[in-house]
Every structure is written in C-alpha cells, then in structure tokens.
Design a binder for this molecule. Structure first.
Ligand SMILES: Cc1cc2nc3c(=O)[nH]c(=O)nc-3n(C[C@H](O)[C@H](O)[C@H](O)COP(=O)(O)OP(=O)(O)OC[C@H]3O[C@@H](n4cnc5c(N)ncnc54)[C@H](O)[C@@H]3O)c2cc1C
Length: 384
C-alpha cells in the first residue's frame, strides 16, 4: 500500500506531459505514473514511419531518459495496469496487486486499436505500442507482400513505409479515396497519388470479409495472398476504468471541461481518452493527435498543481506518407464546403462552415497553414 500525491494512469504523451507540468507548476507532492507498457515512454508518430522503415531504433525514439524521470521525482511503474478505482477512498488498485492512495488522479489511458472484426481478423497485427511496432517490423523483415486494412493516417503511413522496404503492399479500404469524409474528395485524391508514388497499391470501395491462412478475402470475391496483414481500423478509447465510478462520459469518452477536470473533484482526464471543451470553439472537440495529447496533459498537470489553465489551441497534426508531409489544423467535427487551391510547390485545402474557416490542410504551403490557423482561431472567413 502506498500513499502519493498525484497518480497518473498511462505513460503516453498526455500522462508524461501531465507529470512534467505538475512539477513545472511547482507541485511538490509525490508523482507516480502507472503504465501497462513494458518499455519507457516513446514517440508514437515514428512507429508507422521511420521506425517501420527501419531508419531509427527503439532507443532513438524514447521520450525521456531514466535520469529525466528521476531528476523530476517522477516514479514510473511499468508493466502494470490500474484495474479499479475507488473514487470515495481515493485509491487505485493494479493488476500486479498494488494499492495506491492518491490526492489527485489524472486519467491518460489513451486508446486501443480496434480489432479487424471479420472471421480470422485476430491474425491481423495491431499498431499502437512500441511492442506492436517491433512485432510488425520483425514480420515485415521477412515479408515479400503486405496488406494494410484501413486508410486513416496510420494505415496510409504504414503502407508507404512497408512499400519503402521493398514489400509489395496493398491498402484495402471501403473508401473510394482515403479519408473522404474527414478531408473531402479532392484531398483524398491527392493522398491516393502519394500512396501510388510510394509504391502502394490502393484498393478502394471494398471491405475485408475474412482473413484465412495467408489470404485476405474481400467482399467483391477477390482474395489477396500476403505475408503480413496490418489492421489500421481505428481506435477505441480505454475507458473501462471509469465504469461504475460515477465519472461523467460524453460520446464514449471521459467528459472534461476546458481545464481537463472530470465531473469528480480531484480527477482529471487528458488525451485520446478524454473529450474536452475547447474554450475558443466553445464546445467539446474530439482529438486523437500527439500534440493535443501533450497540450491537454500539460493543462491537467498544471491545474492539479493549483494553476488555472485551459485548452484554447486549435487542434491539429502533421502526417508523413512516403516523402510527403501534410499539415492539418481543424476543429475536426465536419465542414460545409472544401476548396483546394494549387500552390507553387504544393496545395492547400480550406474548409469552411457558414462562411467561417474551420480547417486547413496543406502540403508545402506553410504560409497558408499559419494563416489558416489564425482564421480558425479567430472565427474569420476564408481569405477570398
Ligand atoms: C503508429 C502511430 C502513429 C501516429 N502518428 C501520429 C502523428 O503523426 N501525428 C499525430 O498527431 N498523432 C499521431 N498518432 C496518434 C497519437 O500517438 C495519439 O493521439 C497519442 O499517443 C495519444 O496520447 P495519449 O497519451 O492520450 O494516449 P496513448 O499514447 O495511447 O497512451 C496511453 C497510455 O496509457 C496506458 N494505459 C492504458 N490503460 C491503462 C491502465 N488501465 N493502467 C495503466 N496504464 C494504462 C497505455 O499502456 C499507454 O501507455 C499516432 C499513433 C500511432 C499509434
């Protein structure tokens, strides 16, 4: 049994940023992070890019050294999972038998990949943790062929990285073009071009119906023989811990205000598991992005130390597919109209709703990206 100040569940960017900012804001009580991960916290974005290509090693993508944690007085308990929380006793219990009393609790348990829900779908590899990435990279090292299921950013990035290794890679998705719903048809066509440049065969408009032996069966009757199958079929927030705690939920995530406070005093949530109010947007905004997890974790940690910080950034992320880096900033909850503008070296796609700028996607157009962020933040109209 131990007694601590701040208990943080999860060692992703939200959890680690929360611990760091608690200290930076002057928090002096003990800080403990409990994580299911067996490895020290790492950058996830390279897992589908440089790491999968084989360009960086696991040690090169560590977030911080062991010394960093010890210098900041942050205890990192790895390879253990918080299995229950007693809100009234302010106590967490772990799978490994630990019982930890806390003064403040920060839930940063992130998300898990959704399994490929078809017969034999369990044979498809997931990609979330460093361990997942190591398994995938090992499988890829002996492979001639790969099938990636799903054309979200992780699917597109991973497919391009597998193709870069010389593996004949097919990306299968029900979407005619990648991310048509989120980014629009024109942007999706450009992403299809990037995939093709990277050597990926894009098979849109079909669903996987089964994985059987070494073949992936599609609902149009075609079977693809493959050495590796990757399921890039989205993520589900890890909220099982909050069941029966009385903590309020919204859209299957932990509902928090702009300060990352849950409905229970002294309990915060941040990152992919949370659904936070963005002060500028004036509403809850769903994000599953690296930098936003850091921002939200930083806010939760600072507020746990007594500050009053709130979420007022425009969310966004960068993604690299082959050699192309797209930058996206948006509220992310839909748009009325999208307009693609050709630029000297790349392009920009502007998104608007009722005359207000709500998103920007750019390739090699940083001036538009900065301008778009400003317009989204201020609720301004499109530039024309
Ligand atoms: C391959 C890949 C590439 C990506 N690339 C990009 C990118 O280029 N740009 C971008 O913006 N975003 C990217 N993302 C998304 C980004 O990594 C996530 O949005 C971000 O990691 C979310 O951070 P988080 O701290 O909320 O959760 P996570 O990073 O999921 O961390 C959650 C942590 O909680 C732990 N945990 C869960 N439940 C428990 C429990 N009960 N007890 C103890 N520990 C628990 C987990 O083990 C994990 O350590 C990528 C993600 C992946 C997987």
């Amino acid at each position: 049994m131990s007694n601590i100040g701040v208990l943080i569940v999860g060692s992703g960017p939200a959890g680690v940023a929360a611990a760091e900012s608690f200290r930076k804001a002057g928090g002096t009580s003990a800080v403990t992070i409990v994580t299911t991960d067996s490895s020290r916290p790492c950058f996830r974005p390279p897992l589908s890019k440089d790491f999968l290509r084989g360009d960086v090693s696991a040690s090169e993508i560590e977030l911080h050294t062991a010394q960093w944690f010890s210098d900041l007085g942050i205890e990192l308990i790895r390879d253990d999972t918080v299995v229950s929380i007693d809100i009234h006793a302010q106590r967490a219990t772990t799978h490994g038998g630990r019982s930890i009393f806390y003064a403040q609790l920060i839930l940063a348990s992130g998300a898990d990949p959704k399994p490929l829900a078809v017969p034999g779908g369990h044979k498809a590899l997931p990609l979330r943790s460093l361990h997942d990435a190591e398994v995938l990279r090992d499988a890829a090292s002996g492979a001639d062929t790969a099938v990636v299921v799903g054309a979200g950013f992780i699917g597109c990035e991973a497919a391009a990285s597998l193709a870069h290794r010389g593996i004949a890679t097919t990306l299968v998705t029900p979407d005619q073009v990648p991310q048509q719903k989120r980014l629009g048809f024109s942007a999706g066509e450009r992403i299809t071009d990037f995939l093709s440049e990277a050597g990926v065969q894009y098979v849109g408009g079909v669903k996987v119906s089964a994985v059987h032996g070494d073949s992936v069966r599609l609902d149009n009757g075609v079977s693809i023989t493959t050495d590796v199958v990757l399921a890039a079929t989205g993520v589900a927030p890890r909220t099982e811990l909050v069941a029966r705690t009385g903590i309020s939920m919204a859209a299957e995530r932990i509902a928090v205000d702009e300060h990352m406070r849950t409905s229970i005093a002294n309990v915060y949530a941040a990152g992919d598991v949370a659904l936070a109010i963005n002060r500028i947007a004036g509403r809850r905004v769903l994000v599953e992005h690296w930098q936003d997890a850091i921002t939200q974790g930083t806010i939760a940690g600072a507020n746990a130390a007594g500050e009053s910080s709130s979420w007022c950034e425009v969310p966004g992320f960068w993604t690299t597919i082959g050699d192309r880096t797209l930058k996206y900033a948006a509220w992310g909850d839909g748009y009325g109209r999208a307009r693609l503008v050709e630029k000297e070296a790349g392009f920009s796609v502007w998104y608007e709703t009722n005359g207000i700028t709500v998103g920007i996607l750019t390739l090699d157009a940083d001036d538009d990206y900065a301008e778009g962020q400003n317009r989204i933040r201020s609720g301004a109209a499109l530039p024309w």
